[in-house]
Every structure is written in C-alpha cells, then in structure tokens.
Design a protein around this ligand. Structure first.
Ligand code: ADP
Length: 254
C-alpha cells in the first residue's frame, strides 16, 4: 500500500514546545517497519515552529511573522535531523520537500512535485513534506498540514491517508467540551451535518482542528483515497490501520 502519514505538532512535541523524544522514536520505528513490510510511506510532518520554539528557548509560541518564520527555519533543521538520525538506524533514507500554495497552484511546479515524489518512492526514500513556513505568507500559505497531506495523497494516488492527531478520531461533538461525545468509527460521506460536528481550533500548538481534517477527508474521498484519523499518542496503531482494522475514524471513498 501507498500510505501518506501526517503527524501533528501535538504528537511530536510536548506542550513545552520541546521534542517528545519517546513519541518520535516510536513513530519512526513503526514507519520503518511498515516500509520493511513493503508499504510505500510518505510523511507530512508539522512541528517545525514548535521545535524551533524549544530550540531557541522562546518563552511562548511567537505571534509575529518574522519570529515565527525564524523559529520554523531553526525547527525544520531539528525536525529533519531527528528523522534522518532515527530512520538511518533502520537503514531508511529521508528526503525533505518544502512547499507553499503557489507550488500546488502552478501546474508546472505541481507536476514537478508529483514527479519528484514518485521518483523518491521508486528510489525507496521516505519523503517528509512540510509547508515552507519560512517563506509562506498569507497570500501563498496552504495554512495547515491536513490540507497539504490530502493534496499529497491525491497527487500520488495513495491508497490511504492517515492523520495522526491528539484525539482518537471524529466524535459526535468535541470531547474536550462535551463528555457525552461518542467516537464515530466510519464515515461514508461528508455532509454538512458531519462538518457541523467539528468545533473550533484544537490545542495551543495546532493550526487545524477537526474542520481541516474533515476538509481533507472530503478531498481524499472525492479522489478515491481512504482516510483515517487516529491517535498519534500510540504510533503502533499504524500496524492495525495498514491491516484495515477498525481504528479511529475511517472515511471510506468507496
Ligand atoms: P493535531 O494538531 O493533532 O492535528 P488538532 O488540535 O488540530 O490536532 O485537532 C484535533 C482537535 O480537534 C481535538 O483535540 C479537539 O479538541 C478538536 N475537535 C473539535 N471538534 C471535534 C470532534 N467533533 N471530534 C474530535 N475532536 C474535535
């Protein structure tokens, strides 16, 4: 299977902004093993700004754009250094791809992205994609990696997109504010009623929330790509997800 796996900042970093070493190590171990089992894996990884905040010892997540972009520049190095180091332990090679919306909007560049990605997969590398936060401005920003991950999954005709989040899946209401919320294990169609279940933005370090995940699901389903939202706190769930077991919320395209 060709699987795109998106990891959110909440999975990769502690609330302090510093890297969650245990989690990143488990994630890289499982992804390496899935690759060894014959799956093609593409990662879409957030976490650059979060890691830059930790690395630069900033007291809080920056609000002004130059500091945000500076933190992203520092954090992106840290992120790729970490992936390179951990995947190398399992003899896998990572490749960094940084994009902005203009790379997707422009046909030439979109085609280049597709060709490079396909070639990297043929070469056996693990592409790690992120928004190019150091140059992205409001005009050219994709805005969130749920969207970027869905675009990527569609571009390479992936079999599956997995969004690893800080929550088990889509619930009937936001479980952080409604204790009676129930996990929805299967969604066959994204209707306005489904969109209405998503509430606001997620954690302090997140940019997306559930709304962008549902938009990503709609993009994927329209192109025949299945999507799963699962809890990144347990990367071993990826084994069961790859085996088609009912984990988190599955959005079926067929
Ligand atoms: P990540 O950073 O891991 O991508 P986000 O914080 O962006 O995750 O999105 C997940 C969050 O969305 C949850 O932690 C929760 O607070 C919020 N949320 C809002 N509505 C829902 C819902 N119906 N079901 C589950 N989570 C929801």
């Amino acid at each position: 299977m060709r699987i795109v796996i998106k990891v959110g900042t909440s999975t990769l970093t502690h609330p302090t902004g510093w890297q969650n070493i245990r989690m990143v190590e488990r994630l890289c171990r499982v992804i390496s093993d899935l690759k060894n089992a014959g799956h093609e894996i593409i990662m879409v990884s957030s976490g650059a700004i979060g890691m830059g905040v930790g690395k630069l010892s900033l007291s809080e997540r920056p609000k002004d754009i130059p500091t945000k972009q500076a933190a992203a520049a520092v954090g992106q190095c840290e992120l790729m250094y970490t992936y390179d180091k951990l995947f190398s332990e399992y003899h896998h090679t990572v490749a960094q791809i940084l994009l902005t919306a203009s790379d997707i909007d422009c046909e030439n560049r979109r085609e280049n992205f597709h060709n490079t990605l396909s070639r990297l997969l043929e070469l056996g590398a693990i592409p790690v994609i992120n928004e190019n936060d150091t140059v992205a401005t409001d005009e050219i920003v994709i805005g969130d990696n749920d969207t970027l991950a869905a675009m990527t999954a569609v571009s390479v005709s992936a079999d599956l997109l997995v969004l690893l989040s800080d929550i088990d899946g889509l619930y009937t209401a936001n479980p952080r504010t409604d204790s009676s919320a129930k996990l929805i294990s299967h969604v066959k169609e994204i209707t306005p009623e489904v969109f209405a279940l998503a509430e606001g933005k997620g954690s302090e370090l997140s940019t997306g929330g559930m709304t962008t995940k549902l938009r990503a699901a709609a993009t994927c389903m329209a192109s025949g790509v299945d999507m799963v939202i699962a809890n990144g706190g347990n990367p071993e769930l990826l084994y069961d997800i790859a085996d088609g077991k009912p984990i988190g919320t599955r959005f079926s395209s067929k």
